[in-house]
Write a protein that binds this ligand. Sequence first.
Ligand code: G6P
Length: 773
Amino acid sequence: MRTALKMVLPLIVSVAVVSGLFAWYQVRTEKRNLRSDLARRAEILGEALQESVEPLLERAPDKNLQRLVERFGEREHLKGVAVYDATGKALAITPGIAKEFVNWPDVAKNAAGKDKELDEFAREKRTDPAGNEEVLALHILACPLHRNNESAGALALFHDTSYIDIQVQHTLRDSLLNALVQTLLIAGLALILVRWTFMQPLKRTAHWLRTMRTGSANGAKAPPGLPQGQGEIFDQLHQEVTHLARDLNTARATAEEEARLRETGASLWTAERLRVSLQNKLHETPLFVLSNREPYMHVLNEKDRSISVIVPASGLVTALEPVLLACNGTWVAGGPGSADREVVDANDRLRVPPDHPSYTLRRVWTTDEEDKGFYEGFSNEGLWPLCHIAHTRPMFRPEDWLHYQRINRRFADVVLQEMEGTKSPILLAQDYHFALLPRMVKEARPDARVAIFWHIPWPNPEVFGICPWQRELVDGLLGADLIGFHIQTHCNNFLETVDHALEALTEWDRFAVNRRGHVTRVRPYPISVEFPEYPPTEEEETRNAGAERAEICEELGIEASLLGVGVDRVDYTKGILERFRGIERFLEQYPAFQRRFSLVQIGAPSRTDIERYKNFLDEVTAEAERINAKFHAGRWKPIVLLKRHHSHEEIARYYRAASVCFVTSLHDGMNLVAKEFVASRVDERGVLILSTFAGAALELSDALLVNPYDICQLSEATHSALEMPEAEQAKRMHWMRRAVREHNIYRWAANLISDLTEIRIETNERSEARQPR
Ligand code: G6P
């Protein structure tokens, strides 16, 4: 109460002062009006009297004059009338004032002297008949008198103005009373408002922050009680407090984790450890990451012209975001979003993530025509199918190649511009869109340390040899100091391709290539995801997979007691059709699972401007419909195909509710869905069915490994997964979680960057003589 009072005290004082001033003004106006009203009335009376008195002065003063004076004296507030001769002596006067005004007052003398009507408000002391002293408040109007056009004295009217004083006092009293009531009312209301609108929520927030600080609040939940959507200031405060809480929770969890790791001697990589390690290794040198796909895409909502932010479905984005968050670098990427240009500054930069800006995103613009050649054509109709053995024929068009070269040049120029002023910068370029870029950057900045990570498989030399520009691509890549692949087989395939395509010294013993004196290391770095290290929040602990499944079924309008989940971009390399057919076979083989098991397939439409992808989306839809038509019964159907982009949070719900997750890629560099599923199963339940053709199969050997082309094997694996005893699930999941936890994204980044920083860079390229590390 005292705090609220303190908060509203300035308001009370202000209201009191304003009301007081207002009362004073009212009184002044009232007094002025009453006085001018009286003066006006006196003037009219004076003029009338003047007209009557002057004819009487023509002869010697007689009783008529005294009678006239007495008659006029009987009016409201008129105290008396006096007629003075030119010497100031009263010729006739109202008896009540005869004692005080037997001689004319100054104002009458002046009126006669100046020959003009004058008036004044005056106070006159007098002694009443009982001998008491009193003060007369008067208004005196004096009019000059004439006889034969000569000044003959003055006429004076004396009005009693004490009624004005009384009235003004009443008005003052009323106004002050009013002001007091107003002040009390406003202050009371303000107190109530402050208490309910500010004090209560702030008190609850303060209490919540205290329990958070002392470690008894749970998770990074939003603070209670701050009214949201009730004005910008509360929204901002709510946001800031939420972020503060999250940061505090993260910092505490990190510190606890670090302490625990030190205690157990374990060597887990965390965001904090990566940050410290990068600081030591990079010595303030900023990190540059470059990719075609941006981590945040701004899109314009045509309906209400609002802008929303999307995190694109991309394994690359999933993996790199935590690294950038840990080390505040610059991410250079394309900007295909419809509102991407609207949110950048004059240098095409912005800070992201939007709700917790931690690093810089620099956008690079390309035209639709350039995209068609560079992105759709060369990258995704050429290199993508070339590198994935998924039996879609690669297309290599000379015009696409021109665009590919041009866009590689543009991105290289942008990253060089961003590197200006940075000594020995570090660049992590990403993926098959930028095979030419490492050499371009290195030629302009020999002091830069350049690595490129190839997120997709690298095929054998015969397959890669299909590409008419294989020499240029391989040569461009060899501009890098370090080339990373997910697995050793891809490194081997690359080295063999170099042998086939170029004149270069391939050093198999140390997995390096020496081309014209520049050495490029080639190493496997199995990419991964973040693994939540923090103890589960209360919400996570009490969450119930069964309840979540029931909720999801309700939302989807289906009835099923067992859920499977598949999460993919709709891409022909992901084995989605094979997965559907496997499930068809499973339901035929094990009809007891009909009406019980449904697969929720989250399919983010991808690269839909490319004919093959558009057709594939249709094929996937048709296949799901065919199978559903075959089995569908009541509210149950075998496949629920959700053809839209889903956020990480939405996907996490499906992961948690599923009994089995399907990753059936026909060929995949790594596949992070497999690792995400494992990382999200805090409950150590659920089974992963994983294609042997995905890089992840090497690390996640406790999954049920399948050949996705073998529909019978898929069917059997689904059956085993759904029948697997809980203990077995827990054992497998435990080991898989351990693998992902130990080989998380921070370890990936630490290894890659550490290897890169340990390479000796000689700007005059004499590295043939160097010894392997
Ligand atoms: C793969 C590639 C990434 C790419 C992602 C999504 O994971 O390795 O470079 O970003 O697919 O594809 P998109 O063409 O939509 O970027």
